[in-house]
Ligand binder design. Structure first.
Ligand code: PLP
Length: 378
């Protein structure tokens, strides 16, 4: 056999190998006779990740895609020119921009509403084809009543889509499909990855027609999750529950602690009603005392254990300023409209010892509360 042919055709005889975890299927194509076809359509690692999340959220179908943004875009693709949709005003900045750009380009009527405010759900216009929101909201962690939105929207159009971005609530603490949402979607890049080292997204639904539409869209748009990302995510999911439990405990404790600090004007934490939201994880917002806001960059330098990158919900603690970070793509007017100022700070608590984090925050906040050092001229 020619060496080139040998290089091409030698395959290990893996029969008898019994790996304890599913190996990585790093291949684009499958041989004839396989139950798989082509990795842009599906792949064993992608399917295994889908199964884990599907089971956690008791969903009939899971469709994994490349990122959280791809999950949102896959939903938007269900709209047609002339349709109307509603987006909640308190959402991740890039989701807002994606929807705004999509609607402008494809002639979809967009209404921006604050669905957490009294009377807003009743005011959703008749004939709305899709409603997209996060609950708890980003920022401010307010609650949008999922069942009430579903009831209101479906009263005028039973086939309308209620889409909940469930990333911050997590598939453990909130199950939108059981509250009559059509789709629950996640950025798997956050809690599910948990280590700031992989990107992914997933759509969950109980509707067979929607699952089929999402799979077709994923196949033709090429937005499927990469097998290696799926393999990493599946591995990370093994510690998801214990990570979340610890983050939740630390964060609940931080809520009271932060309220007692003189440099903190407000603490935002969601309402855990035990029905819609049955627990809460590791992200909260504080509002810095207004005179300290210009010293935010000094706060970052003074903190030892809080990273300042865009990552969140991972094993190490993070700090971010949504105004210049997660919501940077919105205009200043749009941020004003949603009540987002530079003083709002997002804190994500990792797995560090809570006492270390409390000491770090106390010292760093006290540091920026000192008068600015000025040079003395003689
Ligand atoms: N949804 C929410 C609530 C998010 O916070 C993010 C990102 O921060 C996304 C969607 C987008 O996810 P990804 O970065 O995986 O595309």
């Amino acid at each position: 056999m020619d060496s080139i042919t040998r290089c091409l055709h030698t395959r290990s005889e893996a029969n008898g190998a019994r790996p304890s975890v599913t190996p990585l299927y790093q291949n684009s194509a499958f041989d004839a006779g396989s139950t798989y076809f082509y990795t842009r359509k599906n792949n064993p690692n992608v399917e295994e990740f889908e199964q884990v999340v599907r089971e956690l959220e008791h969903a009939r179908h899971g469709v994994a895609v490349a990122t959280g943004m791809a999950a949102i875009r896959t939903c938007l693709e269900q709209l047609r020119p002339g349709d109307s949709m509603v987006i909640n005003s308190l959402v991740y900045g890039c989701s807002f921009k994606l929807v705004q750009r999509f609607c402008e380009r494809f002639n979809v009527h967009l209404k921006i509403m604050d669905l957490s405010s009294p009377g807003a759900i009743e005011a959703i216009p008749n004939g709305t084809r899709l409603v997209l929101f996060e609950t708890p909201t980003n920022p401010f962690l307010k609650t949008v009543d999922i069942a009430k939105v579903a009831q209101a929207v479906k009263a005028s159009d039973p086939s309308a889509l209620v889409v909940v971005d469930n990333t911050w609530a997590t598939p453990i603490y909130q199950h939108p499909l059981s509250l009559d949402a059509d789709v629950s979607l996640h950025s798997a890049t956050k809690y599910m990855s948990g280590h700031s080292d992989v990107m992914g997204g997933i759509l969950l639904t109980d509707r067979d027609d929607l699952a089929e539409a999402f799979r077709q869209e994923r196949f033709y748009s090429g937005a499927i999750l990469d097998p290696y990302a799926a393999w990493l995510l599946r591995r990370s999911m093994q510690t998801f529950g214990v990570r979340l439990e610890r983050q939740a405990r630390t964060t609940a404790g931080m809520r009271e602690f932060l309220k007692g600090l003189p440099q903190v004007q407000n603490v935002y934490y969601p309402e855990i009603d035990g029905h819609q939201l049955r627990g809460y994880g590791g992200i909260l917002f504080i509002e810095l005392r207004s005179d300290l806001v210009p010293r935010y960059m000094e706060l970052l330098s003074a903190l030892r254990y809080f990273g300042s990158g865009t990552g969140m919900a991972c094993v190490t603690s993070m700090i971010a300023q949504p105004y210049t970070g997660s919501h940077a793509s919105m205009t200043d007017a749009e941020k004003d409209e949603m009540g987002l100022s530079r003083g709002i700070v997002r804190l994500c608590f990792g797995l560090e010892e809570p006492e270390d984090l409390r000491r770090d925050l106390t010292e760093a906040l006290a540091f920026i509360d000192q008068p600015v050092a000025t040079s003395v001229t003689v």
